[in-house]
Write a protein that binds this ligand. Structure first.
Ligand code: MV4
Length: 446
């Protein structure tokens, strides 16, 4: 087992990782930028190293500074959390070359899944259902037109180097294809340095359902059921739950088996997420794989009664997976609380926390790094807390969430708490029968 883990991250996920390390008796090293000097991860870790100025590219993304911090503190492993360097294949490779265990998949798995059109091809070849469309990258506009005719409009152009909604275009009819192809390719080139696009049929009003997988170093891969992340705004997830309100045991098993096929195809090690779109007939289609722990992992933890970060650390240190998946127990929902003003287009609202009170009690979990008088810097992601509620069923979880939000007070900044309270009272949310257009259609705040 590792003796000392460096956490190459900040905020709530850095705390989440430090907490599990403490429970496992592993020493921790925090890294922090100049604006994060007063952050809780710096206080809670055994050691802390300043790695540069506020700007992420000069600190949390700066590989030489992080490697130096690991060397001088004698860390034998690095946990990258989510975001930042978590899906950087070069970083994973540099760790391995430096004899420091990267807690995550191999550089090869990260590279294969980071190339979204290659990932889709890999999945299709092993029998995972994918959205009908091009086989790999489209070379010419004529080729795009030909495939679009075959699968039928509307279609979607996606940047192969993108993911998570960046560099996507919907094309409704052939006359728009050429222009949209050019703008999408240009955008992909300037955003990712690679213009390659692939094309697929546009699935109308889907749900976003993803499967949590975990592989050990002996070739065993398990899945821990699904999370439903349909409630998003501009490709930012706001609420996630498990189990999915639409999944029965049959759909869960089919999606789970498909996810395992995909993970095994790339010899997957560590925690990963296989994302699917689910249409109104409950057909499911692979879209992307994320090779990291995700923000929404706690909903899986609550219904599986499992510490996913602990499991990541165990498999990274060559242990076999011992916590086998179970049928989901009860229902968990996560609400992302961001320092944003929901009445002003979710504009970031950094600043000082003037008063803070977290909810508690049975079935209530708050994962957060904020405290009274903490100053939220404007430089990073606006996530300041996650409220995770557990109930015996979805209805129970919703009533517990309402109760928890009545107790939850954050003053000094704007947060998404009032928005979540509105969602909790919306009949369509309560019913659970919604799709990805829910926020735009029903909670546009205008
Ligand atoms: C799609 C789609 C419809 N058809 N692909 C958005 C994020 C990225 N991971 C994939 N996304 C989509 N891909 C096809 N072929 C619709 C979306 C999409 C979406 C997906 C999940 C949750 C919210 C969404 C909001 C808009 C579009």
């Amino acid at each position: 087992m590792f003796k000392k883990i460096l956490i190459a991250n900040r905020g709530e996920i850095a705390l989440r990782i430090i907490r599990t390390c403490k429970e496992l008796g592993i020493k921790t090293v925090a890294v922090y930028s100049e604006v994060d000097r007063e952050s809780l991860h710096v206080v809670l870790a055994d050691e802390a190293v300043c790695i540069g100025p506020a700007k992420s590219s000069d600190s949390y993304l700066k590989i030489p500074s992080i490697m130096s911090a690991a060397m001088i503190t004698g860390a034998d492993a690095i946990h990258p959390g989510y975001g930042f360097l978590s899906e950087n294949a070069d970083f994973s490779e540099i760790c391995s070359d430096s004899n420091i265990k990267f807690i995550g998949p191999s550089p090869d798995s990260i590279r294969k899944m980071g190339d979204k059109s290659f990932a889709k091809e890999t999945m299709r070849k092993v029998g995972v259902p994918v959205v009908p469309g091009s086989d790999g990258i489209i070379k010419t506009v004529d080729e795009a037109k030909k495939i679009a005719l075959e699968v039928g409009y509307p279609v979607m152009l996606k940047a192969s180097a993108g993911g998570g909604g960046k560099g996507m275009r919907i094309v409704w009819e052939e006359k728009d294809l050429e222009k949209l192809f050019q703008t999408a390719a240009n955008e992909a080139e300037s955003a990712f340095g690679f213009a390659g696009l692939y094309l697929e049929k546009f699935i109308m009003n889907p749900r976003h359902v993803e499967i949590q997988v975990m592989g050990d170093q002996f070739g065993n891969v398990y899945h821990y059921g699904e999370r439903d992340c349909t409630i998003q705004r501009r490709h930012q997830k706001l609420i996630e739950e498990s189990p999915s309100p639409v999944a029965n045991a049959d759909l869960r098993n089919k999606m789970g088996e498909a996810a395992l096929l995909g993970a095994k195809a790339v010899n997957y090690e560590g925690a990963g997420t296989i994302e699917f779109l689910v249409d109104k007939h409950l057909n499911f289609y692979f879209i992307e794989m994320n090779t990291r722990i995700q923000v929404e992992h706690p909903v899986t933890e609550m219904v599986q009664n499992l510490d996913l970060i602990k499991q990541q650390i165990l498999v990274a240190s060559k242990e076999k997976i011992e916590n086998l998946p179970q049928e989901p127990r009860g229902h968990a929902i996560e609400f992302r609380i961001n320092a944003e003003d929901p009445d002003n287009n979710f504009r970031p609202s950094p600043g000082r926390i003037e008063y803070l009170h977290f909810p508690g009690g049975f079935g209530v979990r708050v994962d957060s790094h904020i405290y009274n008088d903490y100053v939220i810097p404007p430089n990073y992601d606006s996530l300041i807390a996650k409220l995770i509620v557990w109930g015996t069923d979805r209805k129970h979880a919703i009533s517990r969430a309402r109760r928890a939000f009545e107790e939850f007070h954050v003053e000094g900044i704007k947060t998404t708490i009032p928005f979540h309270k509105k969602v909790l009272d919306h009949p369509i949310f309560i019913d659970g029968n919604l799709d990805t257009s829910f926020i735009d259609q029903h909670l546009n705040n205008k």
